[in-house]
Each structure stands twice: as C-alpha cells, then as structure tokens.
Design a protein around this ligand. Structure first.
Ligand SMILES: Nc1ncnc2c1ncn2[C@@H]1O[C@H](COP(=O)(O)OP(=O)(O)OP(=O)(O)O)[C@@H](O)[C@H]1O
Ligand SMILES: [Mg+2]
Length: 275
C-alpha cells in the first residue's frame, strides 16, 4: 500500500508543529512504519533536532523549490538518514525563505515539491511535512504534496485564527490547484487542564471547528522541552518521570488516532510489545 503524506500546520508560531512532526515520526518508526520527514521551514528546527547543530545539508527543500526542471522522484537525492532511529529527512536551510520572493512567480513552482516526491510513496508508509508559521509558498507546496493536513493549535485565540488560516489555504489549494487535501482535524497542544482559560478556549475551538476537533489533546509538560533540548523523542529521555510518561501517553494516543484518520498502515512487522 502506498504511504500517506501528511502536512502539520498552523499559521501561528510555537504551537508544537515541529515537536509533533519529530515525535509522531519517532513513534511511527516504533510501530513499523518506514518514515520520512520533510522540513519546509526555513528556521530548519526539524533538521537541527534530528541532525544536530553542525549539520550542513547538501540538497534541501530550498533546492527542490528552486528547480524549474524538477522531475518525479528527484527528492530522493535530498534524503538523509537522521540521528533518530529509522527516520529519514529531507532537510531545510535558511535560504528556503527566499524562494517565495525569488521563484514565487515562476509557473508551477508550488507543485515542485509534490513532483519531486512522486514515486517516494512506495518507499515510505508515512511522510510528515513540517511547515513554517505563516501562509506561504512553503505551506502551499506542502499541501499540494499531501493527502491531508493535521492542524495543531495551542488553546488561545491567535492559534484559533491561525488554524482558520490553514483551512483557508486548504480551500485555496482546492480552488486554485484542483488539489483536495483532507483535513485530519484540529489537535490542541500544550493544554493545562487546571486553567479555566484553556477549558473556555477548547469550547471556542469546538464552536469554530465542530467535528474537526480532536477529543484527545497534548498536555503541557516540561518533558517536551527537555526532549527538545536533549534532541530525543519524549519516550527517549534519559530521566523518566511522571510528566514524561504522560507526554508519551499523549503522543501514543495521538498517533493511534492519526493512523485511523489518515489510514496509515505500517509495513514492517514489529516484535516489541507495546510499541
Ligand atoms: N506539549 C508541550 N508542553 C510543553 N512544551 C511544549 C509542548 N510542545 C512543544 N513544546 C515546546 O514549545 C516550544 C515550541 O515548540 P515547537 O518548536 O515544536 O513549535 P512550532 O509550532 O514548530 O514553532 P514554529 O512555529 O516556530 O516552527 C518548544 O520549546 C517545545 O519544546
Ligand atoms: Mg517549527
């Protein structure tokens, strides 16, 4: 079965897009998925998380968008295996932020990422694309390469607005490019159950997005920040505490749900119990 390509997005910054892409990928590997992640953010946070600060990529997503004569499967040349077990990466570099100004007017530029990834679906069960916190050529390119989008949002009004803007980009992809992107829902992150404002905000999200809202959410836990600084998945921390087990529990529930919503099917048999 061909793999699924999923964009993770929100117009707002800092809502956990990159953390989720890396951690969903890591958990998917445990489940037996051949997994590729694509960094479409010029901040290159995902590339740095998976490869370390000194990583100097050769070919990046910026190169893919800059190539007018890109052909199906060309993204394969940009793939590197990462320091995280089993995860392959197409890295980003800061120059990606210039593609929109320098190449944005060229015909077909927004489809270049999709073209370059064609054929790679047979090699992967899951492809996750990390995106920048803005409506951009990068986000449009990601959507045109994707089967669906997972919108992630902190429980606040700006992230709610940001989620709406991603819905707008999905509609624009359908209207302007005749490419239908499924919306796999809106997932709340960094939830603090003790805060009345978060409960109120969840109600606002429900009103705005109805059935698209996920019942599950990711709780605010320091383990996510520690894992980022140690450059490991939340289940790979050296010192495990209640918070890190809760973070892992949230992650596993989210991946369970995402696999159902997106129809992701691991192709490698696993023997690890509880993986
Ligand atoms: N569930 C969580 N609980 C606590 N902190 C979290 C959680 N998820 C992510 N964080 C922290 O929030 C910060 C922002 O996360 P991340 O970089 O994943 O967001 P982002 O949406 O990718 O940001 P940007 O829009 O800048 O790309 C990081 O320091 C991360 O460790
Ligand atoms: Mg990010």
């Amino acid at each position: 079965m061909a793999g699924r390509v999923i964009t993770v997005g929100n117009h707002k910054g800092g809502v956990s897009k990159t953390s989720l892409v890396a951690n969903i990928a890591a958990d998917s590997v445990r489940r037996g998925c051949r997994t590729l992640v694509v960094d479409m953010d010029a901040q290159a946070n995902l590339s740095e998380l998976l490869m370390g600060h000194d990583f100097q990529p050769e070919t990046t997503t910026s190169d893919l968008l800059a190539s007018p004569d890109i052909e199906a499967g060309d993204a394969a040349e940009a793939i590197v295996s990462t320091q995280w077990h089993g995860i392959d990466l197409i890295p980003a570099e800061s120059d990606l932020e210039n593609r929109e100004a320098e190449n944005g007017a060229e015909p077909g530029v927004a489809r270049r990422l999709a073209t370059s990834l064609e054929g790679l679906r047979d090699r992967y069960d899951l492809v996750l694309i990390d995106t920048p916190p803005r409506i951009s050529l990068e986000l449009t390119s990601a959507l045109l390469a994707s089967d669906g989008v997972l919108i992630v949002a902190e429980p606040d009004a700006d992230a709610r607005k940001g989620a709406r803007r991603v819905m707008g980009a999905v509609e624009a992809a359908a209207a302007g490019f005749d490419h239908k992107v499924a919306v796999y829902g809106v997932l709340l992150t960094k939830m603090d159950q003790r805060l009345v404002s978060h409960a109120t905000e969840r109600a606002q999200f429900l009103q705005a997005f109805g059935d698209l809202m996920w019942r599950d959410s990711i709780r605010d836990r320091a383990a996510w920040r520690t894992a980022k600084s140690e450059r490991v998945p939340v289940f790979g921390l050296r010192r495990r505490d209640t918070g890190s087990h809760e973070a892992e529990g949230d992650l596993v529930r989210v991946v369970d749900e995402l696999f159902v919503r997106a129809g992701v099917q691991p192709s490698i048999p696993t023997t690890v119990e509880g993986a």
